[in-house]
Design a protein around this ligand. Structure first.
Ligand SMILES: Cc1cc2nc3c(=O)[nH]c(=O)nc-3n(C[C@H](O)[C@H](O)[C@H](O)COP(=O)(O)OP(=O)(O)OC[C@H]3O[C@@H](n4cnc5c(N)ncnc54)[C@H](O)[C@@H]3O)c2cc1C
Length: 272
């Protein structure tokens, strides 16, 4: 996927890759500066990237940058902008009149309030309630937008008239982020605890990242995205339960290299 490729997201949004600087090779080149020329022939690019990723040697990943153009509802963007390490430029509702574009999910996309997690939606709203909720969401958007237009026609400044607009209205922004911080964003926003809407955007971003830096993506999935951290207590219990030798054999059988088997043993049992 090259520059200007666009992925539609939600009912009216998108993620567009504006530009990207660097790729897997840039990370390898940057890392070799710190490890010296000698390592060049020893490690393959994929192995080096994997080593950097699993040892959290993060600065080479900062050498790659992505710029995206995103269109998303304001409630998604409020979550998005909590990630402080990006450079952002957003459309100004002081300067421009915002368009009549609201997030209007289809009835089958409406979730019921979770009973166990106050912060989450869960499962689908029953059909009749979902129909009515979808109608209300659309009607509220139309009603508010008519009042916004009326306020503007009265001559009220755009910067004040916008105060009636809801967080479901779409906005647009440019977002530039280096790969290290972008992966942190993706770890948090691809997670099943993140709200479904921002997860959809994170998946679109992930598609561009995977296409641009496939070796990084493989290591990111292995060591970060699909990895889990054990607490000290969990680790102690597992170390008691597991036989060191049997664990080492199973890891080798699963295809892990000798150094990764050693690292895995050290993680669980401490230094040999
Ligand atoms: C599922 C989920 C639920 C959430 N719920 C809430 C909520 O209910 N209320 C709420 O307010 N927020 C909530 N958040 C936002 C969350 O608390 C973080 O603000 C957000 O995820 C950004 O994470 P970050 O600070 O690691 O990322 P970034 O801002 O991108 O920062 C990346 C890293 O840089 C460092 N850093 C950046 N700025 C600073 C700084 N000023 N000081 C020290 N270190 C810094 C930190 O190491 C940080 O991890 C939620 C996030 C998620 C994913």
């Amino acid at each position: 996927m090259g520059a200007n490729a666009e992925t539609p997201v939600l009912d009216k949004g998108f993620v567009r890759l504006v530009d990207a600087m660097g790729d897997d090779r840039r990370i390898v080149q940057a890392a070799r500066v710190s490890y010296g020329e000698g390592t060049k022939t020893v490690r393959e690019d994929a192995a080096l990237i994997d080593y950097l990723m699993r040892h959290r040697h993060t600065s080479p990943f900062e050498m790659v940058e992505f710029t995206f153009h995103v269109k998303a509802p304001i409630f998604v963007v409020r979550q998005w902008f909590r990630h402080r390490t990006a450079s952002v430029n957003e459309i100004s509702a002081r300067y421009s009149v915002l368009k009549d574009e609201f997030y209007e999910p289809a009835p089958e996309e409406l979730r019921a309030q979770s009973e166990i997690n106050k912060q989450a939606g869960e499962g689908r709203l029953p059909a009749a309630e979902a129909e009515r909720a979808a109608e209300l969401l659309t009607a509220a958007g139309r009603d508010v937008y008519a009042r916004y237009r009326e306020l503007l026609e009265l001559g009220l400044a755009r910067e004040q008239a916008r105060s009636v607009l809801p967080v479901g209205i779409y906005t647009e922004f440019y977002w530039k982020q280096d790969l290290h911080n972008l992966l942190h964003f993706l770890k948090l926003r691809l997670d099943r605890h993140a709200q479904a809407e921002i997860r959809t955007y994170a998946r679109a971003i992930a598609g561009f990242v995977q296409a641009r830096v496939p070796l990084v993506w493989r290591s990111f999935e292995e060591h970060v995205l699909d990895a889990r951290t054990l607490s000290a207590s969990e680790r102690a219990v597992l170390a008691e339960l597991l036989d060191r030798r049997a664990y080492a054999d199973a890891l080798a059988q699963a295809g892990l290299s000798g150094s990764r088997v050693r690292e895995a043993l050290e993680k669980l049992f401490g230094e040999a």
